[in-house]
Design a protein around this ligand. Structure first.
Ligand code: GFB
Length: 329
């Protein structure tokens, strides 16, 4: 990936997209293309086609997604399905029409069949049924991963995909109802500490296991894969370390410094009991995660306290492409 090439990061205000944008800048890439939701709705095919026709990026990181935690996925299956399908279809097809040299599509760790042997290998994709709470999101993500493969096979493109385990970090959504567990518990325990509440509520039994990865590690892996990998099979990006949600809650409680009682709301879903991925394929290419778990949690909490948001990351450094060249995307 040559330093002067035009690189479009779709989803640059999100957790992973913002980290990819920072990583590219850090590595000296200057010709970066970003556009905000208000200027381009990636679900709108006409707007997306128009944007790609005018901007003609060389490389595309497809990190835009409608995301949420276990409860949001369960409650909004149509939204998660439609938004992710539409964005993926539009961006991948418009990339093909515009002659994009290479595209990386970001998947999610819910794509593997619930009962496949763990740690999940990339070859487990589409070998069984999915976890019900996030089936809609997973089906959309799988369709887009496969779309990359189909375009490679029919059109000879170089579209790849990767599959990170559960991402976290500054710039995440800290909404207590809709976010993922780390952001939600940081928010809840911090609020409980500040309000001197005797108890804070976490969801479910606390027994499920999750594998977490700091967003900067995903960003490094995504740029690494863009430079060094071509192929139809997706590539897992994980740490190989898993924790129960109960253990995670204790780590967050200690980082936040909350000393009250933690109680369980078991009316909320546990989700899949475990979803460890096998990242040996990526490790064999020479990549390794760098940020230890507790350090990542500490960084996330410090940034949360400073009220930094995704917008703060790289704010003022990003450029917005295309508005003047297209009447309307
Ligand atoms: O992170 P999370 O929402 O998503 O939940 P998933 C992980 C676990 O944490 C579940 C528990 O067992 C939750 O019950 N948990 C405990 C909490 N307290 C809380 C809380 O306050 N908020 C939240 N959100 N969880 C999602 C999928 O699954 O993960 C998506 O639905 C995607 O499709 C994403 O794959 C990465 O790990 O269960």
């Amino acid at each position: 990936m040559e330093k002067d090439k035009k690189i479009y990061v779709a989803g640059h205000t999100g957790l992973i997209g913002s980290a990819i944008a920072r990583e590219l800048k850090k590595q000296g890439y200057q010709n970066l293309l970003f556009i905000n939701h208000s200027s381009l709705d990636l679900r709108n095919q006409q707007e997306v086609n128009c944007f790609f026709e005018h901007e003609k990026p060389d490389y595309v990181f497809m990190a835009a997604a409608a995301v949420g935690g276990v409860a949001a996925n369960d409650r909004l299956p149509a939204t998660f399905f439609y938004d992710n399908m539409a964005m993926g279809l539009n961006v991948i097809h418009a990339s093909y029409n515009a002659g994009v040299k290479k595209l990386l599509y970001l998947g999610s760790n819910c794509i593997y069949p619930k009962d496949a042997p763990q740690p999940y290998k990339e070859t487990s994709l589409l070998t069984g049924s999915l976890e019900k709470t996030n089936e809609a999101y997973a089906v959309a993500k799988i369709a887009c991963l496969k779309m990359c493969e189909f375009y490679n096979r029919e059109y000879g493109t170089d579209y790849i995909s990767c599959m990170p385990c559960s991402a976290y970090g500054p710039g995440d959504s800290f909404d207590p109802e809709n976010s993922h567990v780390i952001a939600a518990l940081i928010n809840k325990f911090h609020e409980a500490k500040v309000n001197q509440s005797p108890q804070a509520v976490m969801w479910g039994s606390g027994k499920p296991y999750r594998e977490f990865i700091f967003m900067d590690d995903i960003a490094r892996a995504a740029v690494f894969l863009m430079k060094h990998y071509s192929g139809n099979e997706t590539v897992n990006i994980g740490t190989g370390m898993e924790y129960t949600i109960g253990e995670l809650a204790e780590v967050i409680r200690s980082v936040v410094g909350y000393e009250g009682k933690i109680i369980h709301d078991t009316s909320k879903p546990d989700g899949v009991p475990k979803k460890l991925i096998d990242s040996s394929k990526l490790y064999a290419m020479g990549w390794k995660p760098e940020i230890p778990f507790e350090q990542g949690i500490r960084i996330t909490y410090e940034e949360y306290v400073k009220q930094q948001t995704a917008l703060k990351y790289g704010a003022g450094q990003r450029k917005t492409g295309g508005e003047k060249k297209c009447q309307k995307y």
